[in-house]
Ligand binder design. Structure first.
Ligand SMILES: [Zn+2]
Length: 185
């Protein structure tokens, strides 16, 4: 009995010792975050094939706006999954949270980083722009297969910064489906 209790004490001590280097090993909170920025965590574990494109899209957004930034984390505000068919979509759960689904079949037709960045745009409160040309990130419908624009326009970035100017307080319950399906609205 006593030996077991001692063993437990030993385990506790080891855990306490391990905690310090563990904390130090956690990724630094990225480079120089904006002081007022809202941090949105995401989990792209269910989108392994598009992982590199998602990482690129996240970096693009983090480089383009000041008031919100995406970091991998748990619990995740945003979950990103992938699959075949159905069209890419986003179901926001308020501003800066929700579910993103990336259609691998669409990712074979359109620039996959553009699709990921577009869906993140919905998480940040941007609606679809059905008439926009290729200079617009949110113009999935109208810009065509060839469009390689992966960055938000200056106006789109400014809108996101405005959306998050007071923190993630606005609720935008709309869902966005068929983002890259031409002819559907
Ligand atoms: Zn869309």
């Amino acid at each position: 009995m006593l030996r077991r209790r001692l063993a437990r004490l030993a385990v506790t001590a080891v855990l306490a010792l391990a905690a310090a280097p563990l904390a130090a090993a956690l990724p630094a909170a990225a480079s120089a975050p904006h002081l007022a920025a809202t941090t949105v965590t995401y989990d792209a574990g269910q989108a392994p094939e598009l992982a590199d494109h998602i990482t690129e899209a996240v970096q693009i957004w983090n480089d383009s706006v000041s008031n919100v930034r995406l970091v991998p984390g748990s619990p995740a505000d945003v979950t990103i999954s992938e699959g075949h068919g159905g069209g890419s979509y986003t179901i926001p759960d308020g501003l800066g949270a929700g579910e993103i689904y990336l259609d691998l079949d669409q990712a074979a037709q359109y620039n996959p980083t553009r699709i990921a960045a577009h869906e993140i745009g919905h998480i940040y409160g941007l609606p679809d722009n059905y008439d926009g040309d290729c200079s617009i990130l949110m113009s999935g419908h109208s810009a065509g297969y060839d469009c390689q624009t992966t960055h938000p326009s200056a106006d789109e970035a400014a809108q996101v910064d405005a959306n998050f100017a007071g923190g993630a307080t606005e609720v935008r319950p709309a869902a966005y489906a068929g983002c890259f399906s031409t002819g559907r609205r």
